[in-house]
Design a protein around this ligand. Structure first.
Ligand SMILES: [Zn+2]
Length: 271
């Protein structure tokens, strides 16, 4: 296990032939394991695309983090706002967020530019892995995730930690007027709107806009009662750093997927 780099929020580890990042904020809690994977020799494609490669990647990351790879739960994500509380390994259709307080289960969602949110409530011992792409952000999946933690587990939003994994950022999320209008209609009342929806260049006679989907998630999480210091942004753009992360905008249909995973360890396990 080698440390590749670190900054004040993140640490990047290389182990065997793969790399992953971890949030220092979550590393404060030895009862959980988590990571966000880099693209080196790892790809978590949709199951219908390459089940064998997906399973190989499960085993690789499980070996590094000492997880039981048969206890990984990965939903079939379809850009919904559906967040499900899971208690056992099972197939899940049209689910984009997972929560559990069961020890030993690994919650895994995948992304290639979409935002992955890793959630943890250290008081109620509830973990979550949430896929919030632009459609999920537009529809506000993080609101469903927090509400479900409150309703399902009696979590207090003040206790919930939310880590924002590498994703496409404002620098690269360029959209046309149609998508801009969807965000404007939904979020025109958000503070700092001028920093969230930005008028950009005209290209081929079309006005382009940049949208800060990370900032939208942060605003929504704060409005639900999460504390500033419990929202940790990785500040990494997967498009700018597509040499390190799978990026759909860069690799298009051939794009692989990065994984955001979290596990609540079995009592007595050394994490
Ligand atoms: Zn970028």
């Amino acid at each position: 296990m080698t440390k590749i780099w670190e900054n004040e929020k993140l640490i990047c580890i290389e182990e065997n032939d793969i790399q992953y990042i971890q949030f220092k904020k979550l590393l404060e809690y030895p009862e959980i394991k988590h990571c966000y994977t880099l693209r080196n020799n790892l790809n978590f494609p949709p199951i219908y695309k390459n089940e064998q490669l997906l399973k190989q990647s499960y085993k690789k990351i499980s070996d590094c983090l000492k997880l039981d790879y048969t206890k990984i739960i990965k939903p079939h994500q379809t850009h919904t706002t559906n967040v499900e509380i899971v208690n056992e390994v099972k197939a899940l259709e049209n689910v984009d967020g997972l929560l559990t307080n069961k020890e030993g289960l690994t919650l895994l969602t995948t992304s290639a530019d979409c935002i992955s949110l890793l959630m943890y409530d250290p008081v109620k011992k509830v973990i979550g892995s949430i896929h919030s792409g632009w459609r999920g952000t537009l529809a506000g999946i993080c609101i469903n995730a927090v509400n479900k933690m409150v309703e399902g587990f009696n979590c207090n939003p003040k206790d919930i930690i939310c880590c924002i994994c590498p994703s496409i950022r404002k620098c690269c999320f360029e959209v046309d007027e149609d998508v801009r209008n969807l965000f404007y209609e939904k979020y025109k009342k958000l503070p700092e709107l001028e920093n969230i929806i930005i008028k950009d260049a005209v290209k081929e006679r079309k006005q382009k806009y940049k949208i800060d989907t990370v900032k939208i998630n942060i605003c929504l999480l704060k409005s639900l009662g999460l504390k500033d210091e419990n929202i940790v942004d990785s500040n990494i753009c997967t498009v700018c750093h597509s040499d390190k992360f799978h990026s759909y905008r860069v690799d298009k249909e051939e794009s692989g997927r990065n994984a955001a995973l979290a596990t609540l360890c079995r009592t007595g396990d050394v994490c």
